[in-house]
Design a protein around this ligand. Structure first.
Ligand SMILES: NC(=O)c1ccc[n+]([C@@H]2O[C@H](COP(=O)([O-])OP(=O)(O)OC[C@H]3O[C@@H](n4cnc5c(N)ncnc54)[C@H](O)[C@@H]3O)[C@@H](O)[C@H]2O)c1
Ligand SMILES: [Fe+2]
Length: 404
């Protein structure tokens, strides 16, 4: 990156860091059981809701307990279950239309990041009827009160239940972008491990690695605070202890509970301290090829940690020592290397591939441009890279025989 762009990026990031204590962050009210939702709604005098989920979750019967509890409490519930992974602008519009048509007064998002993000973006559209979804991409473009939102994460995961982001894909342009606004932070989050017990092995693995990526990118970035460092350290400690357990035995209630906590903690960390190029690149692959978000992050994370080199060693080493991944007495460089080796090993142990076969060389300039547009100047990454430099990372991610 040229020195002028570098100066601009770092200046922009410093402004946001200084403004951080003044920004209106809040945390959702926490519930531990989906059956607690009706009393929260009654307290708010809400008699009609829209449940936003996806068809596979509904077919599995996962929403039944909630739907029954709402009906017993006399709360009318319309259901939108059309959300697809990497939710689209059309999903958002359909969800908004059903909310208005059904006379709902609040939203319950039930699912992984996809239903949660769809609900958030639909809420933004309801608050801003004149503004297209595409026009809300970026930072602080909503700035109005959105409908009350209760988020029930069923993956552990995105942390969307506590973040200010909603990530939406425009299928016409293959562009996947975050909408970031304080109005999108859910009002309540329900961390109920029962709804994660049936999460398939591969999704347990990849969504867990997404949570890890949130914690790591927030921690090695330049805009951390005492709170976000503590949250990221706790998240990584929990992931190191419980992700493989949840992967090997999906019915392990303790592992599932702790992974929900880890994803939530990582969400608190990154919504204040940002993510980095791993996410910028992952979103470009999700938009272009539909690569699941967690899988993309899991594959990409170790490549960027290696690329950052000494610029992230100190922070990564501290994280490695705190999470028990490196010895307390280990020096920075070996501790950081132990962390990166651990990430490779986690991927290997959970059969996550080491490359992204979908990448086509001809697409790389556009993919890198999207990643750079999302990441610069906002993300306070340890080492700045422009679109040209990011292109080299896509080549590294290709299967070795496809690399020109
Ligand atoms: N808003 C944020 O802060 C934020 C952060 C990270 C990622 N994201 C976004 O979230 C999306 C990814 O979310 P995700 O990784 O949670 O996956 P997802 O919501 O796309 O779900 C993936 C699949 O898992 C299934 N599934 C979910 N929970 C299940 C369960 N308990 N049992 C069985 N199947 C289950 C779903 O039906 C779906 O088929 C991406 O679009 C990503 O960009 C958002
Ligand atoms: Fe993520």
């Amino acid at each position: 990156m040229n020195p002028f762009s570098r100066l601009f990026c770092r200046g922009y990031q410093i402004c946001f860091r200084l403004a951080l204590p003044l920004l209106p962050y809040r945390q959702p009210e926490l519930l531990t059981a989906v059956t607690d939702i009706p009393s929260l709604l009654q307290r708010e005098h809400i008699g009609r809701v829209l449940l936003i989920t996806d068809a596979p979750l509904r077919a599995l019967g996962l929403t039944q307990e909630l739907e029954k509890a709402l009906s017993q409490a006399g709360i009318a519930c319309a259901v939108y279950d059309g959300v697809v992974p990497n939710p689209t602008v059309d999903n958002v519009e359909q969800c908004r239309a059903l909310y208005l048509e059904s006379g709902a007064q609040a939203m319950i998002a039930f699912g992984g990041g996809s239903p949660m993000d769809c609900a958030k973006a639909a809420g933004a559209r309801i608050a801003r009827p004149q503004k297209a979804v595409q026009a809300m991409g970026g930072l602080l473009k909503v700035l109005r009160k959105t409908p009350l939102l209760i988020a029930v994460p069923t993956t552990a995961g995105t942390g969307s239940e506590t973040t200010l982001a909603a990530v939406i894909t425009d299928p016409a342009t293959h562009y996947k972008y975050p909408i970031n606004d304080f109005a999108l932070i859910p009002d309540a989050a329900v961390l109920d491990y029962h709804v994660t017990l049936g999460l398939p092995k591969q999704i347990t693995a990849t969504t867990g690695m997404d949570a890890l990526t949130h914690a790591v990118e927030a921690y090695i970035g330049r805009s951390t605070t005492k709170l976000t460092r503590a949250m990221a350290e706790e998240a990584v400690t929990l992931i190191a202890k419980y992700l493989l357990r949840a992967y090997r035995d999906g019915q392990d209630a303790e592992a599932r509970t702790q992974m929900l906590q880890a994803a939530y903690d990582a969400g608190i960390a990154f919504t204040r301290s940002y993510v980095g190029y791993v996410h910028g690149v992952a979103h470009s692959l999700g938009g272009q090829y539909g690569v699941p978000h967690g899988l993309a992050n899991a594959v990409i994370l170790p490549y960027f940690l290696e690329e950052y080199g000494p610029s992230c060693h100190k922070a990564l080493a501290r994280l490695a020592r705190k999470a028990g991944i490196a010895e307390e007495t280990s020096a920075d460089e070996p501790a950081a290397r132990a962390f990166i080796a651990w990430v490779w090993e986690m991927n290997r142990a959970m059969e996550i591939p080491s490359c992204t076969p979908e990448i086509r060389a001809a697409d790389i300039p556009a993919l890198a441009a999207h990643a750079a547009k999302e990441s610069n100047p906002l993300y306070p990454v340890p080492k700045l890279m422009d679109a040209r430099e990011l292109e080299t990372m896509y080549y590294k991610l290709m299967p070795k025989e496809d690399t020109p």
